[in-house]
Design a protein. Structure first.
Ligand SMILES: [Cu+2]
Length: 482
C-alpha cells in the first residue's frame, strides 16, 4: 500500500493552481517526482455542445444551457466533445494552439465526435472557423490546469481515428459542375409600374437558396441567392405602403441568411430580425417611408462573403405620383467576385476570402455571371424609344463608373434620389450598396455597350449590350463612305 504524504492534499491544491514543481518540492519537503505520482489520474472529460442563435449571436451551448462554456480539464485528460448543429447551419470546432479541428457539421451530417488529449496547461480559445462565425459569438475557452509533462505524448503512437488532428484544408480543385444552372436575372423582369394609388399592404416572400451556378463558359460557382437568381428579384412598392416580407431559408442551405433592405427604417434594415436558419422562415413588417431605388442584401456574417456569393438585389419605392412613363425598363446590378483561380479557369471556382479582404476581385459581373447581358439576355429597344435602367451595385467592395458606349444619359436620378434629376450625363458613379436610375432615348440603331468605365473591368466580365433596332433618325450619325 502506498504511503500518502501528509501534505499531499496541499500539494494537490497547489498543483491545481499550476505552481511550479520546484516550488511544490520546497513547500512540501519532498521531490517533484513524488508529487507527480500523486497528481489526479488522467480522465475523460465528456461534453455535448450544440450551436444556436442566442440574443442575435451565434454560440455554442452545452447540455446545461450554458453559452460558450469554459471547458475545464487537466493536463493528461482527454476531452471528448459531441458537436451538433442546433439551428442546422454548418459549423466546426477549432483550437489553433492545440492543433485541433473537428469535421464540419450541419443538420445533414448530424452530430460529430471530436476527441483530443491535453498535454500542456494554459487557456486556449476554441471557435468556429466558418468565416464570420467567430466574430458574431462562436468562441470560448478551454482552461487546462496542471503541469506540462514530458511523459505526456504529443501524439499517440497509433493514430486514434477519433483523434482529430488539425491539418489545414487544401483548397479543393474541382472541375466545373455539370449540373450548374444559370442564375442570371433577366434584366427585363421588372415589376409593373404602380403609379398614383393609395398606400397598401403588400405581402412578399423570398427564399434564400444555395446552388451551383454558371459563372462563365466552363466555369461554375456555388452561388448564394435570393430566389435562385442574381441579383435577387426586383421588388416594387409605393411610398407609404406597408410591406410584410417573409424570408425563408431553403432546408438544403449550409449557412444562415438574412436581408437588410436599404429602404427600411429600423432593425438594421431587417437584418437584425431575419437571421434565418436552414429550413426556417422569418417575417418583418416595414413601412416604406422614403421613395427611391434601394439595394437589399444578405446581412449575415461574413456579410461581404454573402454579397460576393450573389446575395443582393433592389427594391424600388415609387413616389406618391409614380414615375414618368417610359417605353422600356431594365434591371441591372454590378458586383465584384473573388475566386481561388483567375477569371477564365475552367473549374468550379471557390470563394477566396483573402482576396475579398484585400479587395482584389477576379470577376466584375453584371447580373451575376460573365456574359449575362451579352449572351444570356441582351437589353432590347427600338429607335425612338426611351429606356430606363435601374442600375445598382451589390459590391461588396467596388464602385461603378456606369456608362453606355455611344449614348448619353438624357436623365440621371443621381444616387437614385428621385427629386434630383441631372441631364446630359456621360458617366455616373454608383457606390457599393447604392443605385442610380438613368434614362436614354435611343436615336440610332446598333449595339450599345453597358460598361463600368474603369474599363479594365470589361475584360473581367462587366459588360452588357443594349441592342437597338430600327431606322436611324436622319443626321444623328453617319460613317464616312469607304
Ligand atoms: Cu446570406
Amino acid at each position: 500500500m502506498k504511503r500518502i504524504h501528509p501534505l499531499a492534499p496541499l500539494a494537490a491544491a497547489l498543483c491545481a493552481l499550476a505552481l511550479s514543481p520546484a516550488a511544490l518540492a520546497q513547500h512540501a519537503g519532498h521531490s517533484a517526482a513524488a508529487t507527480a505520482t500523486q497528481a489526479p489520474a488522467a480522465k475523460l472529460v465528456r461534453l455535448e455542445l450544440h450551436t444556436n442563435i442566442v440574443d442575435g449571436k451565434m454560440v455554442y451551448v452545452d447540455a446545461k444551457g450554458r453559452v460558450n462554456p469554459d471547458i475545464q480539464a487537466q493536463v493528461g485528460d482527454t476531452v471528448e466533445i459531441t458537436l451538433s448543429s442546433g439551428e442546422g447551419a454548418e459549423h466546426d470546432f477549432v483550437v489553433d494552439e492545440l492543433k485541433v479541428a473537428s469535421p464540419k457539421f450541419n443538420a445533414e451530417t448530424g452530430p460529430q465526435r471530436l476527441r483530443f488529449q491535453l498535454t500542456q496547461p494554459g487557456e486556449f480559445n476554441y471557435y468556429c472557423s466558418i468565416p464570420g462565425h467567430r466574430q458574431i459569438g462562436m468562441q470560448g475557452l478551454i482552461k487546462v490546469t496542471g503541469q506540462a509533462s514530458a511523459a505526456a505524448p504529443a501524439a499517440p503512437a497509433a493514430p486514434d481515428p477519433a483523434l482529430a488532428l488539425y491539418t489545414p484544408a487544401p483548397v479543393p480543385q474541382r472541375s466545373a459542375d455539370p449540373t450548374a444552372v444559370s442564375v442570371v436575372a433577366d434584366p427585363a423582369k421588372v415589376p409593373p409600374a404602380i403609379g398614383p394609388r393609395a398606400p397598401q399592404v403588400q405581402k412578399l416572400r423570398m427564399e434564400t437558396v444555395e446552388l451551383a451556378g454558371k459563372l462563365d463558359d466552363g466555369t461554375s460557382f456555388t452561388y448564394w441567392t435570393f430566389d435562385r437568381q442574381v441579383p435577387g428579384p426586383m421588388l416594387r412598392a409605393r411610398v407609404g405602403d406597408t410591406i410584410e416580407l417573409t424570408l425563408a431559408n431553403d432546408k438544403s442551405s449550409k449557412a444562415i441568411h438574412s436581408i437588410d433592405l436599404h429602404a427600411v427604417t429600423g432593425g438594421h434594415g431587417g437584418g437584425e430580425h431575419t437571421q434565418v436558419a436552414p429550413g426556417q422562415e422569418k417575417t418583418i413588417t416595414f413601412k416604406a417611408l422614403n421613395s427611391g431605388l434601394f439595394v437589399y442584401h444578405c446581412a449575415t456574417p461574413l456579410v461581404p462573403q454573402h454579397i460576393a456569393a450573389g446575395m443582393y438585389g433592389m427594391i424600388l419605392i415609387e413616389p406618391e405620383e409614380g414615375l414618368s412613363k417610359v417605353d422600356r425598363e431594365y434591371y441591372v446590378m454590378q458586383a465584384d467576385m473573388y475566386t481561388h483561380r483567375p477569371i477564365g479557369a475552367k473549374v468550379h471556382q471557390e470563394p477566396d476570402l483573402d482576396k475579398m479582404a484585400n479587395e482584389l476581385p477576379d470577376y466584375y459581373v453584371f447580373n451575376g455571371a460573365v456574359g449575362a447581358l451579352t449572351k444570356t439576355h441582351k437589353l432590347q429597344a427600338k429607335v425612338g424609344e426611351t429606356v430606363r435602367i435601374y442600375f445598382g451595385v451589390g459590391g461588396p467592395n467596388k464602385v461603378s463608373s456606369f456608362h453606355v458606349i455611344g449614348e448619353i444619359f438624357d436623365k440621371v436620378y443621381s444616387e437614385a434620389a428621385l427629386n434630383t434629376v441631372k441631364t446630359n450625363v456621360q458617366t455616373t458613379l454608383v457606390a457599393p450598396g447604392g443605385a442610380t436610375i438613368v434614362e436614354l432615348k435611343v436615336q440610332h440603331p446598333g449595339s450599345y455597350l453597358l460598361v463600368d468605365h474603369a474599363l479594365s473591368r470589361t475584360g473581367k466580365g462587366a459588360v452588357g449590350v443594349l441592342e437597338v433596332t430600327g431606322e436611324g433618325e436622319p443626321g444623328v450619325y453617319k460613317p464616312s463612305k469607304l
